[in-house]
Design a binder for this molecule. Structure first.
Ligand SMILES: CC(C)(COP(=O)(O)OP(=O)(O)OC[C@H]1O[C@@H](n2cnc3c(N)ncnc32)[C@H](O)[C@@H]1OP(=O)(O)O)[C@@H](O)C(=O)NCCC(=O)NCCS
Length: 148
């Protein structure tokens, strides 16, 4: 397997405006990981949560991934809230794991193994019937930006 970033532009179903980006990173000898960013004016509407749920469904159901991991700097409560809501389980704190503003920082780490019974299931059921990664859903559309 080679290094690949699958990046999707997130647009809102209601307005068609770009809200942010989400990416699934696959690397040899590492578990797949996700990262996401939502523009300030689009935050607080559940957009990141829905995008994470949808990219994870794609990863588990279509790519057959056994696990997807998440990391964020300690203190990034918003990112952790999104990951938890989307069904990730927190695993702990990794010391001095990422460089930010020229310094190594501690990170929170979590993972989702796509198991039935994850909080994601309930959330999915509350989404609209066509909440599938490749089609329109309640709040978001994901458009493939780069597939390496
Ligand atoms: C993290 C980020 C993607 C969240 O996007 P969002 O679309 O606003 O998130 P959602 O609306 O889906 O929020 C999901 C939950 O997080 C909670 N949340 C949002 N911001 C929060 C904050 N600052 N502190 C604590 N919880 C927060 C929300 O309340 C919501 O929970 P609720 O529905 O129970 O109220 C966005 O803030 C962002 O882009 N931040 C900068 C980049 C970043 O940190 N990316 C993550 C790196 S992995």
């Amino acid at each position: 397997m080679h290094d690949s970033h699958s990046t999707f532009v997130i647009t809102t179903t209601a307005t068609g405006r770009r809200a942010g980006v989400i990416s699934l990173h696959q690397r040899p000898k590492h578990a797949p990981s996700i990262g996401y960013w939502i523009g300030k004016s689009a935050r607080g509407q559940g957009i990141a949560t829905e995008a994470v749920i949808r990219i994870c469904r794609w990863g588990f159901e279509d790519l057959g991934l056994p696990v997807i991991t998440w990391m964020a700097r300690v203190g990034n409560d918003a990112s952790r809230a999104v990951a938890l809501k989307a069904g990730f389980q927190m695993e702990g704190t990794l010391r001095l794991r990422v460089t930010s503003q020229g310094r190594l920082r501690d990170c929170w780490s979590g993972s989702d193994s796509g198991k039935v019974g994850s909080p994601r299931q309930g959330y999915e059921e509350s989404c609209s019937a066509n909440a599938r990664y490749a089609s329109s859903s309640k709040r978001t559309n994901l458009t493939s930006s780069t597939l390496a």
